[in-house]
Design a protein around this ligand. Structure first.
Ligand code: DQA
Length: 152
């Protein structure tokens, strides 16, 4: 089972960027922990980070031909602005979990609205780097149930 991890703008700066909000872990550290978890569960983790909305839209579009089963997506600031990323998720119909390190609902008003959440199977926010692991486990469990239901 292939799972794609997508991180949006400024997340390449994790560890350095506002550590009081986003924590001390680098994106590399978070990704490598997630890769270990994926391997334990018998999955392959593919990771992608971009600061460009169009590049993220392109990457989502590629998932169909690649046979990706699910997506863990931190759209970062594009969460609150991007109809294009939302439409890409809706187009590929691949189960996606939206993830945030911070609790977006406890911050500025503009972070409370997500264009992406309505096309996702779930949202995890506020657990720092652990949000990624929780999102991955939620997605994995959803995909397992989906496969079982198809086979019965
Ligand atoms: C974020 C929350 C967004 O509002 C913000 O623009 C980010 C990071 C998070 O992981 O907490 O860049 O997605």
């Amino acid at each position: 089972m292939k799972i794609l991890l997508i991180n949006g703008p400024n997340l390449q700066l994790l560890g350095y960027r506002e550590p009081g909000i986003y924590g001390d872990d680098t994106l590399e550290a978070i990704t490598s922990r997630l890769r270990e978890l994926a391997a334990e569960l018998g999955c392959e983790l593919i990771d992608f980070q971009s600061n460009y909305e169009g590049a993220i839209v392109d990457r989502i579009g590629e998932t169909v031909a690649e046979g990706v089963s699910g997506i863990v997506l931190n759209p970062a600031a594009y969460t609150h602005t991007s109809v294009a990323i939302r439409d890409a998720i809706a187009a590929v119909k691949i189960p996606t979990v939206e993830v945030h390190l911070s609790n977006v609902h406890a911050r500025e008003e503009f972070r409370r609205h997500s264009f992406i959440a309505p096309v996702c199977i779930g949202v995890v926010a506020g657990f720092g780097a652990d949000s990624y692991e929780l999102a991955f486990r939620g997605l994995y469990s959803h995909l397992r149930k989906q496969t079982k239901n198809k086979n019965h």
